[in-house]
Structure formats: C-alpha cells, structure tokens
Ligand binder design. Structure first.
Ligand code: ADP
Length: 268
C-alpha cells in the first residue's frame, strides 16, 4: 500500500516503522511526480520550437519565391534551432549533475577580473534599454578555484535576467565583497520583482513566474536551475531577495582560495 494507518494500540516500535515507511512512500511519490513533470516540460519545450520550424518551412516551400521572405524564414529557423541547442546543453549539464558527475574544469581564477569583464558585457546588453549597470568592486583581489566558463555562465544568466526583467531606464548593480573565507557577489536590479510566493520555487527547473510571456524573451526557465547547480558544484550558495515592483537581488557566495594557496597561484 502507499501508506499504512496503524492503530494507536500497537507497539511504539511498529508505529515508528509504519511512520518511516509512510514517509519514504511520500518521498518516492514526490520524486516520481517531479520526474514525470520534468519529462513533460522537456517535451513541451522541444515541441514548441519544432512546431514553429515545421510550420515556417512548409509555408516557405509552398509559397517561397521571394528571396527576401525566404531569408527571413531561414533566420527565424536558425533562432529556433539555437534556442533548442542551448536548451539541450543546459539539460545535459543538469542531467550529468543528477548522475553525480561534475563536469567542471576548476582552476585558480581571479574573480575581480572575471567580474570586470562581465560588467562590460552587461553594459553592452543593457544599452538597448538604457539601463545603467554599475560595478562596486574592492581593490583587494580574490582568487577562487573555479571553472571560469561555468562561472561566467552563472553571472551572465543573473545579469541577463536582471536586464530582461527591468524596464527601460532602470538600474542594475554588481557588488563584490570579501571576507577571509568567502567572496560575495550581489546582482541587484530595479525591475519588476518576484512575488514572495515564487521565491522558494524560482530555482526549480522550468519554473517561470509568467509562463506565456517569457517565451518571447527566449527564456526556458532553466537559467536559475543552472546557476544553482554550478554554484553548489563550487561549494557555494545562491540566495534571492525581492520585492514586487521594486526589484530583485541575487547573492552568490563562493569559497575563496586561502592566502597560502593564493601565494602559490601568484608565484606560478
Ligand atoms: P528564464 O529563462 O525564464 O528567465 P530563469 O530560470 O532564468 O528562467 O528564471 C526563472 C524565472 O524567475 C523567470 O521566468 C522570471 O519569472 C523570474 N526571474 C528571474 N530573475 C528575475 C529578476 N531579476 N527579476 C524578476 N524576475 C526574475
């Protein structure tokens, strides 16, 4: 049975056994439900771009004499194909993580340098919306042991979200601070914010606050799941605080290399 109802008259040991069995079954059901939901989400995410690709290609084959129109179809198809490729890449990374593989190439990395570079990229992305991206970075240097490509992905995901969910003329800021053990990177925006009822689930795979709207922005709802996975694979943590209509703040905490490890790194 899925769960046992034990009369109160039986031995306490039996009651305890039944209760842990019930607990285990609830957990199993939860895992199965999530796996089922995950498959449904993946199927949906791949079916939508495929339907668009098929529809556009069929139409172009039927009526496509105009080279300009044909070019437009090819461009739009390429966009859908890239969207699918990114999705598959992200899913592959998460599924490797599920299997306990951590495909990271960790090397000593100067965090200040990475953040300054990402600040420039974010500024470029934000110009179209006239959003100002500020950087607050201490003079002190912090080294981490990290996979630089993956960390770049973490901060780019957070920064593109900050820009995407902030209306024109808003502000985004990147703040770096350190203590002896940790580096803390906070990305704050003055955007639409996230309702408190969504804050617990925001890092779940495929979770989106507004499912219909975000497809036009190219979002799959995997960005934050990837952020969390990569940060935790670096023994760090990520937190969010937000207030609806006011903006959001994502804080990533990552362990620093110790002074002696840093000395070895700088000497090399
Ligand atoms: P998506 O690809 O849809 O952006 P993410 O996993 O990156 O997926 O984010 C999940 C959801 O969290 C988004 O759909 C959006 O609703 C919400 N979200 C993420 N970052 C922000 C932000 N800075 N401001 C407001 N909402 C955000």
């Amino acid at each position: 049975p899925a769960s046992f109802v034990v009369p109160t008259s039986v031995e306490p040991e039996i009651q305890e056994l039944a209760s842990s069995y019930n607990h285990m079954m609830t957990r199993r059901e939860d895992i199965l439900r999530r796996a089922h939901q995950f498959t449904a989400d993946v199927t949906h995410e791949l079916r939508t771009p495929l339907t668009i690709l098929r529809g556009e290609t069929e139409l172009a084959l039927r009526n496509g004499r105009d080279p300009k129109r044909l070019r437009q179809v090819l461009e739009s198809n390429l966009e859908e194909i890239s969207r699918m490729s990114y999705l598959i890449e992200d899913l592959l990374l998460l599924s490797k993580g599920d299997l306990g593989e951590i495909p990271l190439k960790k090397e000593p990395l100067l965090l200040n340098e990475l953040i300054i570079e990402l600040h420039h990229q974010a500024q470029l992305l934000a110009t179209a919306k006239n959003i100002k991206v500020e950087l607050h970075c201490p003079k002190e240097l912090a080294f981490l042991r990290a996979d630089s490509l993956r960390l770049r992905q973490v901060f780019l995901n957070l920064l593109t979200n900050a820009i995407k969910y902030t209306p024109d003329d808003g502000d985004v800021s990147i703040t770096l601070s350190f203590d002896e053990q940790y580096a803390v990177i906070t990305i704050t925006d003055t955007g639409i914010g996230i309702g408190s009822e969504h804050l617990e689930t925001i890092f779940d795979r495929f979770y989106r606050v507004n499912k219909t709207k975000n497809r036009n922005d190219g979002g799959s709802g995997l960005g934050l799941a990837i952020v969390k996975w990569i940060v935790e694979a670096h023994h760090g943590s990520v937190k969010v605080s937000s207030s609806l209509g006011q903006g959001s703040s994502f804080t990533v905490t990552l362990p620093r290399l110790s002074d002696s490890e840093t000395l070895v790194t700088v000497d090399q």
